[in-house]
Ligand binder design. Structure first.
Ligand SMILES: [Zn+2]
Length: 225
């Protein structure tokens, strides 16, 4: 949680709130927590614009995120923790991506539940915060530097939002990305021949540097040669 609380942002400020130590048994037929049940368990923190509860159990209709009210949402790690880790992302990537999705909704509507009937989510996978991800594993396409697609951007612009909101959002979403090691390893997988050439060139240049250093060292310490 400290990584999330330390997240630098002009749009969101995350803080860890109160938690429920022991959940009651799930009311759903398949051991999932229904929205009604969760609504009675999770309450909005009065000091925050909205509250997001994290839960490891499945949610109603197998969604990974549900909005329970204007100020409360619940985000499930059920199956999602494996999906994101399998693709070399972190659970923090997943949490941040979804909090930004809620933050856009909140900024545009002043509440998590929309006042109009049209959902923001689109079936098409565009690497956008509002990809529906009916197939849960499609979330990986909006975990590395997610963005708002043109249609969603236009929708934000049609609402009363601060003029600095979209530029700040786009800058901050760039910071949600895979760790450097995994990005390098993907580059090597995508360009194996080039990677070999780079490795060979680095070996030669290291050798040259070593020779130069050795020649210099011989001048300073003649007993070396
Ligand atoms: Zn979109």
């Amino acid at each position: 949680m400290s990584y999330l609380e330390g997240w630098k942002s002009q749009i969101i400020k995350l803080s860890h709130g109160a938690s429920v130590g022991h959940l009651p048994d799930a009311e759903g037929d398949n051991w999932e927590y229904t929205s009604d049940q969760l609504s009675s368990l999770v309450h909005a923190d009065n000091n925050a614009s909205f509250t997001v509860a994290l839960i490891s159990a499945p949610l109603e209709d197998n969604y990974y995120m549900r909005r329970l009210g204007d100020k409360v949402a619940v985000l499930s790690l059920f199956e999602m923790a494996e999906i994101v880790r399998f693709s070399d992302f972190t659970v923090e990537n997943y949490i941040l991506r979804n909090i930004y999705e809620l933050a856009v909704l909140y900024a545009a509507n002043g509440a998590l539940i929309l006042s109009d009937a049209y959902s923001w989510a689109h079936d098409d996978v565009r690497g956008c915060l509002f990809d529906m991800n009916a197939n849960k594993s499609d979330i990986v396409f909006s975990l590395h530097q997610p963005k708002l697609c043109d249609a969603c951007k236009a929708r934000v612009l049609s609402k009363q939002v601060d003029s600095g909101f979209l530029p700040a959002l786009s800058k901050e979403l760039q910071k949600i990305k895979k760790a450097l090691y995994f990005r390098m390893s993907e580059w090597v997988k995508a360009h194996p021949i080039l990677a070999l050439i780079v490795a060979a060139l680095s070996a030669i240049s290291l050798n040259l540097i070593a020779s130069v250093i050795f020649e210099k060292a011989k001048c300073l310490f003649p007993w070396l040669g």
